[in-house]
Design a protein around this ligand. Structure first.
Ligand code: NAD
Ligand code: ZN
Ligand code: ZN
Length: 340
């Protein structure tokens, strides 16, 4: 099968013919129709984070496709089902995190497109218990970004505790942020979208943001303070500076939700202001299978819009450059149903 493979950090991905996987017990093979490009895939291919993937590997954790074959003991899905293969590729199911609804914190987890091969390929092997079922009526091209960008920000919104009377600031209107702002609206909050390009801010307005701020020309913290300060700020931008501005935008008692994972790993957090203002700082990592099912359910009900452009997987290196230059409309999705 054809796949885009990372052989060396920061080097271009190589399109090559690799052996098609076969399913073991509890595993399935999915023929990929659509595969989203999450910024995490770029971090993975660059070796940006403290824990790095083992080379070589196939990235991609927004793969959606049809179950082509199943291994022994698979009862969760059958051949012909449309499924999504998310970042949380496997968890043990038995530890205290798994047992308490925090499978995303399982120490035995395997991550698709990072510690196990992902969806930048014609086929992917997945654990049947950890794939998401894509509801009828949700297209693979929409389902792909929901599989990470959607579920991650849906969960982040839950973690933020945002309520209908709240002001929620979304920093970064990329793949994650354009969905985050819609979940905040669905929760009934007023939304301020912050980005550094006018195109992203125009998109945010179109998707329902009440206010937009350009962090290149405005001081987002000052402007948000004029609006009374944010009850919750969700930082998805790939820049520690944006996280600091998000902190600075909060009102007393506010919550900063860290979601983006910039290569530069530290943010300057003032102790005095955090304590005196009673600020909560919380990290949020993807979402559970239940969160993913709810994310799909909202979309099937027509409550969210996924904004994307398609590319061929053979264009993967150009696509990475496009995302890094923030010139894409929210998400790029590799359309494998349309060829390689
Ligand atoms: P993206 O490139 O699509 O979006 C990032 C957006 O941030 C862009 O619109 C860009 O213009 C904007 N931006 C850049 N600098 C900014 C600044 N200073 N202020 C405001 N906006 C700024 O990326 P994405 O796919 O949405 O992913 C975002 C980050 O989230 C990545 O670091 C990714 O690894 C991480 N991520 C985390 C999780 C998680 O579970 N916590 C899940 C998925 C992705
Ligand atoms: Zn992702
Ligand atoms: Zn576990």
């Amino acid at each position: 099968m054809l796949a885009a493979v990372v052989h060396e950090f920061k080097a271009p991905l190589v399109i090559e013919d690799v052996p098609k996987p076969t399913p073991g017990p509890g595993e399935i093979i999915v023929k990929i129709e659509a595969s989203g490009l999450c910024h995490t895939d770029i971090h993975a291919a660059h070796g940006d984070w403290p824990v790095k993937p083992t080379l070589p590997f196939i990235p991609g954790h927004e793969g959606v496709g049809i179950v082509e074959s199943i291994g022994p003991g698979v009862a969760e899905v059958k051949e012909g089902d449309r499924v999504a293969v998310p970042w949380l590729g496997y968890a043990c199911g038995a530890c205290e995190y798994c047992a308490s609804g925090w499978e995303t914190l399982c120490l035995h987890q395997k991550n698709t497109g990072y510690s196990i091969n992902g969806g930048y390929a014609e086929y992917v092997k997945a654990y049947a218990k950890y794939v998401g079922k894509v509801p009828t009526g949700v297209s693979p091209l929409d389902a792909a970004p929901l599989t990470c960008a959607g579920v991650t920000t849906y969960k982040a919104l839950k973690v933020s505790g945002a309520r209908p009377s709240d002001l929620v600031a979304i920093f970064g209107v990329g793949g994650l942020g354009h969905l985050a702002l819609q979940y905040a609206k669905i929760a009934g909050a007023s939304v301020v979208a912050v980005d550094i390009t006018d195109e992203k801010l125009a998109l945010a307005k179109e998707l329902g943001a009440d206010y937009t701020l350009n962090a290149q020309t405005q001081d987002p913290a000052e402007e948000l303070k004029k609006l009374g300060g944010a009850d919750a700020a969700i930082a998805t931008a790939v820049s520690p500076k944006a996280f600091e501005q998000a902190f600075g935008s909060l009102r007393r008692g506010g919550t900063l939700v860290l979601v983006g994972l910039p290569a530069e790993n530290y943010l300057r957090l003032p102790i005095f202001e955090t304590v005196l203002n009673g600020i909560t700082v919380v990290g949020s990592i993807v979402g559970t299978r239940v969160d993913l099912a709810e994310t799909f359910e909202l979309h099937a009900a027509g409550k969210t819009r996924v904004i994307y452009d398609t590319r061929k997987l053979s264009q993967v290196n150009d696509a990475f450059a496009e995302v890094l230059s923030a010139s894409v409309p929210a998400r790029l999705v590799f359309d494998l149903a349309g060829g390689f």
